[in-house]
Design a protein around this ligand. Structure first.
Ligand SMILES: Nc1ncnc2c1ncn2[C@@H]1O[C@H](COP(=O)(O)OP(=O)(O)O)[C@@H](O)[C@H]1O
Ligand SMILES: [Mg+2]
Length: 218
């Protein structure tokens, strides 16, 4: 096979071009993308904006290519304003939480993404699309909301990060727009973030002020 062209990468995966319409997402440490592909197919079936999944094989997932930047890139480049980004983020997440749960009406569980932040939303030509469903599961919508707040707040309280001011403004607007309760399961969200194996020691230290700023703003 020819060398693949890298179109993006995050903490877990590398994403390669398979032509104009498709990408291959490959976990660097191995793993199984079957479950997230199932969740993506489920939400897509309910009209939720996710890339179509074409194939899954172990750590490899072939999906529709989104022709646009991530929300973070659009924000950094100034093509998307902070208030618009925050509203879009909150509305997209609320919309996910309004889909029927996978366990049926008897359960209060909803599909939750658990990594819902501006690097995992892409601004495609047909509108925003949510990517990176690795952590997605069935659970309480407020946990998803609190985790988004924690992830954004970690950047907002990091003085060494040039994006701190942007993240703080985004956090304030996100908290204003979300229909969920960011405080109800905040403890659980912080604990989950603390247990995340991709956190650096500095990021772990930032969890304490991050939680404090959410409690102050919410
Ligand atoms: N469907 C897609 N179309 C185009 N680019 C994508 C797509 N999915 C992911 N990417 C690019 O790859 C990057 C990493 O993908 P992501 O699924 O978020 O992996 P990670 O789990 O490593 O964060 C994204 O930020 C984006 O730039
Ligand atoms: Mg990602």
């Amino acid at each position: 096979m020819d060398r693949l062209e890298l179109v993006g990468s995050g903490r877990d995966a590398d994403v390669f071009s398979l032509g104009a319409d498709r990408v291959l997402r490959r976990y660097r440490q191995g793993g199984d993308a079957t479950r997230e592909a199932e969740i993506m197919a489920f939400v897509a079936g309910h009209g939720y904006p996710v890339p179509a999944v074409y194939d899954v094989d172990g750590a490899d997932l072939v999906m529709e290519r989104v022709d646009g930047p991530t929300m973070l890139v659009a924000l950094s480049e100034g093509t998307l304003g902070i208030a618009d980004a925050a509203r879009t983020l909150a509305q997209l997440q609320d919309r996910l939480h309004k889909l029927p749960g996978r366990a049926g009406a008897a359960s209060a569980d909803r599909v939750i993404h658990l990594d819902f932040h501006p690097e995992n939303v892409m601004i495609g030509s047909r509108g925003p699309m949510v990517i990176d469903w690795r952590n997605a599961t069935d659970g309480a919508a407020d946990l998803d909301v609190a985790l988004s707040a924690v992830i954004i707040a970690q950047v907002a309280v990091d003085d060494r990060d040039g994006r701190a001011a942007l993240a703080l403004a985004l956090l304030a607007d996100f908290l204003e727009h979300t229909e969920g309760d960011p405080l109800r399961l905040l403890d659980q969200a912080v604990a989950r973030r603390r247990a995340n194996r991709t956190m650096t020691p500095t990021e772990l230290d930032l969890l304490v002020p991050a939680e404090a700023i959410i409690r102050k703003l919410a």
